[in-house]
Design a protein around this ligand. Structure first.
Ligand SMILES: [Zn+2]
Length: 261
């Protein structure tokens, strides 16, 4: 047989074997050959964050390595105590879903978490969008005159942990805070708004913010959350009733390919 034909057949065989291997890795659960990458994010925790997680376990009950859009992603089933039973991302390719999470809510929740994965992968693109179109800037640390009591009380969020401080219109800083040092439940954390011009702390966003983003944004604490809420809501409910979401969806359409989702 012609040696070129033999080489060609060998190459075909190698491609076939390699594909099977990849395919098996992508779709099976409890894979032995792939270990979950490090998802420890405790370097971002304050004293209260440590205390809030004192009796929590984030050791996965089940692991699934799967493809979401074009992203290869770990979906970890977590004990209910992990992050107070809230779905979240733990790294650029890890989504954590609490045990017993309602199946009906899962598709929309995964869309939301996919946006957070993307924000981790392509942070600069999101930062540019926030600054140019939403007048938001995000920071890893607070400005010098930021109220110390807010820094003490801020609740770490795994989906915003590397850039937890956000400022809107160069005036308003929004922060999720623990209700008190004795109530560290994540679900009852209010979002407070510090106005850096009058140096006062407000319980609600300013009217200009509401006019732009709408009055039904379920997670107003950070543009990462606002965009994830908006996009998942748009995909499922076609809700496009604020200026903020209209601009975001234009950006989304333009960058869909780049955003690899
Ligand atoms: Zn989120």
């Amino acid at each position: 047989m012609n040696k070129y034909i033999i080489i060609f057949i060998i190459i075909l065989l190698l491609i076939f074997i390699f594909n099977i291997d990849i395919h098996e890795n992508m779709n099976s659960t409890n894979i032995i050959s792939l270990s979950v990458p490090d998802s420890d994010w405790s370097q971002y925790w304050s004293k209260l964050d440590y205390a809030a997680r004192e009796n929590a376990s984030c050791i996965p009950i089940a692991k699934d390595y799967t493809r979401l859009g074009t992203m290869d992603t770990w979906i970890l089933t977590m004990p209910k105590s992990c992050e107070n039973g809230m779905p979240h991302t733990r790294a650029a390719d890890i989504i954590a879903i609490p045990e017993g999470f309602p199946k009906d809510y899962l598709p929309k929740t995964l869309e939301h978490e996919k946006i957070h994965l993307n924000q981790r992968v392509d942070l600069d693109l999101w930062k540019k969008f926030y600054k140019k179109y939403w007048n938001y800037e995000i920071f890893s640390s607070p400005p010098q005159n930021f109220p110390p009591n807010l820094i003490t009380m801020i609740r770490a969020n795994p989906d915003t942990c590397s850039v937890p401080y956000s400022c809107w219109n160069n005036i308003w800083w929004s922060v999720p805070v623990y209700k008190s040092v004795t109530n560290l439940n994540f679900r009852s954390c209010p979002v407070l708004w510090w106005n850096q011009l009058d140096n006062k702390i407000y319980n609600n966003p300013p009217d200009e913010w509401v006019n732009f983003f709408g009055d039904h944004v379920s997670q107003s604490e950070h543009p990462h959350e606002i965009s994830a809420v908006y996009i998942a809501d748009w995909i499922y409910n076609k809700n496009k009733n604020s200026k903020g979401i209209q601009i975001l969806m234009k950006f989304w359409d333009l960058n869909k390919e780049k955003l690899i989702l």
